[in-house]
Design a protein around this ligand. Sequence first.
Ligand code: COA
Length: 387
Amino acid sequence: MKDVAVIGIGCTVFGEKWSHSFRDLFIEAGALALEDANLSGEQIDSLFVGNMSAGRFIEQEHIGALIADYAGLATEHTPSTRVEAACASGGLAFRQGVTAVASGMADIVVAAGVEKMTDVAPGQTVDTLASAADREWEGFVGATFPGLYAMIATDYMHRYPLTREQLALVAVKNHYNGARNPIAQFQQEISIDTVISSSLVADPLRLFDCSPITDGAAAVILAPLEIARKYTDTPVKVLASAQASDTIALHDRRDISTLDATVAASQRAFHQARLSHKNIDLVEVHDCFTIAEICAIEDLGFCTKGEAGKLTEEGVTALNGDLPVNTSGGLKACGHPVGATGIKQIYEIVQQLRGEAGKRQVDAQIGMTHNVGGTGATVVVHILGRS
Ligand code: COA
């Protein structure tokens, strides 16, 4: 297997993008990544595109071919493949790209993610997202994603000493980071009171406990590490790529407050990279709801169960803490265009490792990403390091 490096990155501004079509978003992110790697389109061997639900959001399927066509690669006949794993589609597209390069099947590979979520009415968006859960056992009886994560939060707060204020502090921290990120959907700081007094969505989760509905795209370019310096002075090495599955329905889990797929994927990633938790300088976790960040920190193994609220309150996960979590603003403040999120996480870690994160810059040699599909039926974990 070849060592793999990220040699180029690009991302659109996230938000409600009325003036951009689905294809505009992808082309913008892809062009930025190619420019960053000093490459032209004809040099691409293969594309993997994470997308959850263009069929329902914009009534367009066959996304792989569409992207290749609008990227000007139809006449090159470049292979282009859509990858779908709900909100983990981006992370999984990255993993497919890594596998293609590591195996020697391709040299220059684009791994991207794109989602255009705001062109349909809010009810349809919520229902489309709910299709990532178990339709027969959860969706048909009215469970939405805020509803499912509210069940996790209720169970967690019953069993562990997490206060309402500690939960709110996850959103406060992520908005603080988002306010320092030019691509973030929300660039304003908030207080604990903003969260606690915001409207109730699914008890105990309020508006500011939730990630928003977002349009956006992100793209990265992968190449074998041995040729990476032909394209960039700052290649970032992929140290581990791991994936795990779990039951799709929450009620079938051994423990609904622990994402066992996160536990499994992170153990595999640490084993592959031959690293331990103390080697990780920062992590982008899947905070689709504030409770999800609390569970992620614990299930990735950075502390024991029940401790992440205290860690957040003590500032350990803040920009200037020992383990900065979600320096991008996370899904909460940077936004969550579901198919693009996993690639945006890679984009953030690469920016941090290259020292290009501006006001969000932390001191980092090694970073981790954690991307979740559904309530944890798919989890993808990557570890990246300065080369
Ligand atoms: N955090 C903070 N502010 C938010 C927000 C969020 N998550 N979502 C919307 N807002 C703001 C909007 O900017 C808008 O502000 P404005 O009036 O100043 O312009 C206001 O709240 C109303 O926005 P609107 O789009 O009408 O919100 P909504 O009530 O339709 O939707 C949620 C709010 C929380 C229900 C929706 O964002 C949601 O479903 N989020 C979860 C997404 C999800 O499940 N993703 C998959 C996870 S796995």
